[in-house]
Design a protein around this ligand. Sequence first.
Ligand code: ZN
Length: 221
Amino acid sequence: MTASTPRPADAFAARSTPRIFCIGRNYAKHIAELNNSLPGQECVVFMKPASALVAPGEAITLPADAGEIHHEAELVVEIGHGGTSIAASAAREHISGIGLGLDLTLRDVQTGLKNTGEPWEKAKAFDHSAPLGPLVPLADDMDLTAMHFELTVDGETRQIGDTGQMLKSVADIIAELSAHWRLLPGDLIYTGTPEGVGPVTPGMQMVLSGPQLPEARWVTA
Ligand code: ZN
């Protein structure tokens, strides 16, 4: 349905990613499935390093002996024109690309870190924890509050996302992040996952797709 052409693969290798911001607890049904509490006034925010990225079509190398690894399918936006204190009403003008990605999570490790009150990096920021699909420019007919996406694993639908169910919209997220950080060109924002997160093991075919978004495929190793 989309007429946009994904950027070529070499654009991925050349990309500069100052930060990868990730939003946690942004869909009510996902919060419920993990028995988490609702976020407060502001988003739950954590970051991953650029070393977490995996280009579409590459193998995702999973950590070994680290307990259960979960997939979290997410809409991803790329910041083009940076700035601080961006109004939600102007957020769209700051987006240069949109696509889909996976926020891979070491769930057992994260539970341990939550219990001891430690930061989440070991569970969220490991190598290959942020597979990123192709990004396309934001088209005029893309409504950021009505974007649909799906994750299939070995041909079985595992997660269905509808950004209309986000607790914080993409525009609200950009406004909020830009109140804390100067957003920079190339920053990526993983906007949270809907319900249906589940285990990932080596040898799986993972496919992210959406009617207005470019498809991304990976195999886990
Ligand atoms: Zn996530």
